[in-house]
Design a protein. Sequence first.
Lengths: 88, 211
Amino acid sequence: MNNHNQLITLNFRIQNETIPIDKVNINQPLSVPVKKALKDNNQVRELEDWVVTFNGSQLDISQKIENLGLSDGDTLKLTLTEGGGGDR
Amino acid sequence: MTANQFQFVDERVTRLKYERQIENFERLESSYRREGIITLSIEFPYFEFAFFAKETLVQIKNPLIIPEKTLVIRTPLPLCLFSIKIDYTNFDTIPPSISIINLFTSKKERNVQFAPYITPDQQNKRSLIDERFKSINQNVLIPDSKQDLFFCLRGIKEYHEHPQHNGDSWLLYRIDGKGDIRTILDQLQLYSIVNYNKLLSQQLKLEFGNG
């Protein structure tokens, strides 16, 4: 695989906004484009406050993008961690 | 349709805010549908949805078929985890109310196929009061004193009216999107469909004996 093929675009939906992140290197951990999407969306909550899901499955953002089976143009969803009864 | 709750806010105001919720939802409806959230009904002041898992994975231990071995059946058979009715009466003076309903009749239901929960890695650990939930799952669908099920989540009427949460007023969250239809659906999807899929990946196992 050449360098060009290692760069993909991932979309991140944060509530109603969809943030495209271009030129994502599939050898990076998923946390890298997630951080960028949060920054582009002006989110102040920290990275660990978010859960990333794709197609009904939760993703480990420390994993390399290539190993998560993500493809060019995929849209991932970011949901805030939020507690119920035991949470303030 | 008659509202279950008394409408004390000017209905025009609630209708306007409800219509905004419809707009918010409709922008993402196709995405929610792909994820397993199916719209049953949208009629003021309610939304009704069914939450589906897309497949089931069952291992059958049946000595008649394969002695002392397990037969694995992975099937794209959808499973309705539960159905809900969201009631936006008086929104957003008060938060939306959610009840569990029967998929076919829309009547109140006390049973679900899969009860949603928050896993430790889905918790906001910095704000936890109960330290147990750093290591164990937390139920979010809980029976009240009448055994009706309610969602113990911020932004939901039943949570804010519960005596345990009388210090956690809805007014603290009213403007930050907690009662928004997208926030509710995203959270419930995470705690139900996503966690169900996690269980599938751990391979649910059903054992059968000869009768």
